[in-house]
Write a protein that binds this ligand. Structure first.
Ligand code: 6GU
Length: 239
């Protein structure tokens, strides 16, 4: 997967995604993250990329030309035009389902806005998807794109070393994950549940399913409406 990010703050992206699992995934060429500095496509000698809003009002608006030129620099050699995702609080709210859908693309382009926004004409011309990461306002799209790239990349084969952990996890089937324990078996008088030390894998699986159901019921009951529940699951929840 290749991610192209149009931004005024490429260092923020490179730093934020340079370490840990996403950093390793780049080293292993499982993903490629290319930042395009919109300011490199400024069209006047002052490297200006924003201007006052027509009609007045507070703040500055990002001008269309540098963004369009940055976009052309990515796509001019491509025969298949990638989707262009504009990060905005006005977009559709990002979730696991969207992450799974986007992880199937070969290449994506992200557009990060700043200031009071972007001239509407260039949004109309190049953007295919508008995405928000939640109902609050950030200073720019950079943190949002980092959130999206992290969530998408961990779904790409081999990015997570443990092949099962991308699937056996919260939200995969709209249930929260069961509780986890590691050594020591007793910590400040608190014991690890006996069943996990029993070695009975079938009983352990059953206990974990129960814990997932109970947790989801207690912490995120809204998710249960979307979960696929067996008759046995329903009986557990009825108790
Ligand atoms: Cl994608 N951008 C900005 N600026 N603020 C946000 C957001 C995006 N998602 C939530 N808040």
């Amino acid at each position: 997967m290749k991610f192209n990010i149009m931004t005024l703050f490429p260092d923020m992206i490179k730093q934020g995604l340079g370490s840990s699992i996403i950093g390793k995934a780049q080293e292993k060429n499982l993903i490629e993250i290319d930042t395009i500095n919109i300011r490199d496509y400024a069209y006047n000698k002052h490297k200006q990329v924003d201007d006052y809003p027509y009609g007045g009002g507070a703040g500055m608006v990002m001008q269309p030309e540098p963004i369009y030129e940055a976009y052309k620099s990515i796509t001019s050699k491509l025969s298949n035009k990638p989707r262009v995702i504009y990060l905005t609080p006005q977009g559709k709210t990002f979730n696991q389902e969207m992450a799974m859908e986007l992880s199937k693309e070969e290449e994506l382009i992200f557009l990060c806005g700043h200031y009071e926004g972007i001239d509407e004409r260039v949004i109309d011309m190049i953007v295919t998807d508008e995405v928000s990461i939640g109902d609050y306002i950030l200073t720019g799209g950079e943190l949002a794109v980092m959130v999206m790239i992290d969530a998408i990349s961990r779904l790409i084969p081999d990015v997570l070393s443990n092949g099962v952990s991308a699937t056996t996890e919260s939200f995969d089937d709209n249930l929260l994950e069961y509780p986890q324990y590691t050594r020591p078996a007793v910590f400040m008088d608190k014991k690890v549940p006996d069943i996990l030390l029993s070695g009975h894998h079938k009983n352990i699986d059953q206990w974990r399913r129960e814990q997932s159901l109970i947790r989801t019921y207690n912490k995120r009951p809204d998710l249960l409406e979307k979960a696929e529940l067996s008759e046995k699951d329903k009986k557990i929840l009825d108790k």
